[in-house]
Design a binder for this molecule. Structure first.
Ligand code: NAD
Length: 252
């Protein structure tokens, strides 16, 4: 029987693939058989090494996603170096913490630019490329628990991640007819650079762990399976959903 999770012959692009969840996802996609375009603004040697070890090809695409300037180049480079684009994972994201009463325009704009503006226009560009190629594809956005909840002291992050869940639905509605599945993954609390401050804050760390039924932070590799599923033919009838991978957080 054919393995429905097999990604052999597929090409994926993962943004923010040098570290954290993006690295975990890129490596999982490669282990499932995909070649991977690694979109990164930082050195990415570690991820390249893991993908080589999995026996797959990678291509590093240097890009700063704080503006949409690199969007066309990312798509062109991925197509030329890896032969097409079947899967896009919009993972790159940032967070700024401050009381909403003091929150600055700069902290609002910088988060919205990476987390939702570039995510939308990169998705649009990749979807156009998928439609031109005639083969459909999979787009996976990285949402958050703050796509469902308000959080505290992270207004632009909550706004952006709530928007990611809504955008995932509208893009799924519009692009399903082109054979493109648009879905999202909502990670719970994972141990990465993004959460270093929370992990280091003894009180917040204890509060967070106290609510997670599994009682520990997630590890980046534990997000890979959900990405492989949504990138694979096993998910061909899954459109517009946001899949929580959260150790049970939302069930509490
Ligand atoms: P991280 O800080 O380790 O990684 C973020 C990645 O985004 C890095 O690769 C970084 O270089 C990239 N990035 C940020 N700004 C960029 C820019 N302007 N141009 C190019 N790349 C840029 O954090 P992470 O936890 O791995 O976060 C990955 C995604 O998962 C983010 O969207 C984050 O919001 C989301 N997320 C994380 C958690 C968690 O618990 N760690 C929970 C929910 C959602």
């Amino acid at each position: 029987m054919k393995n429905p999770f097999d990604l052999t012959g597929k090409v994926a692009i993962v943004t923010g693939a040098n570290t954290g969840l993006g690295q975990g996802i890129a490596v999982a996609l490669a282990e499932a058989g995909a070649d991977v375009g690694l979109v990164t603004r930082s050195p990415c040697d570690e991820t390249v090494g893991y993908i080589e070890k999995a026996g797959r090809r990678s291509h590093v695409i240097k890009a700063d996603l704080s503006t949409i300037e690199p969007v066309e180049r990312i798509i062109k480079e991925a197509r030329e170096s890896l032969g097409g684009i079947d899967i896009l994972v919009n993972n790159a994201g940032i967070i700024k913490r401050n009381d909403s009463i003091d929150f600055t325009v700069e902290d609002w704009d910088s988060v919205m630019n990476v987390n939702i503006r570039t995510l939308f226009f990169l998705s649009q560009g990749v979807a156009r490329s998928m439609i031109d190629a005639g083969g459909g594809g999979k787009i996976i956005n990285i949402a958050s628990m703050l796509s469902y909840q308000g959080g505290i002291r992270v207004p632009s992050y909550t706004a952006s991640k709530s928007a990611v869940m809504g955008l995932t639905r509208i893009l799924a509605n519009e692009w399903a007819k082109h054979g493109i599945n648009v879905n999202a993954i909502a990670p719970g609390y994972f141990a990465t650079n993004n959460t270093t401050a929370l992990q280091a804050d003894e009180k917040r760390n204890a509060e967070i762990l106290g609510r997670i039924p599994v009682g520990r932070w997630g590890q980046p590799a534990e997000l890979g399976g959900a990405a492989v599923f949504l990138a694979s033919s096993a998910a061909n009838y899954v459109h517009g959903t946001t899949l929580p991978v959260d150790g049970g957080w939302l069930s509490r």
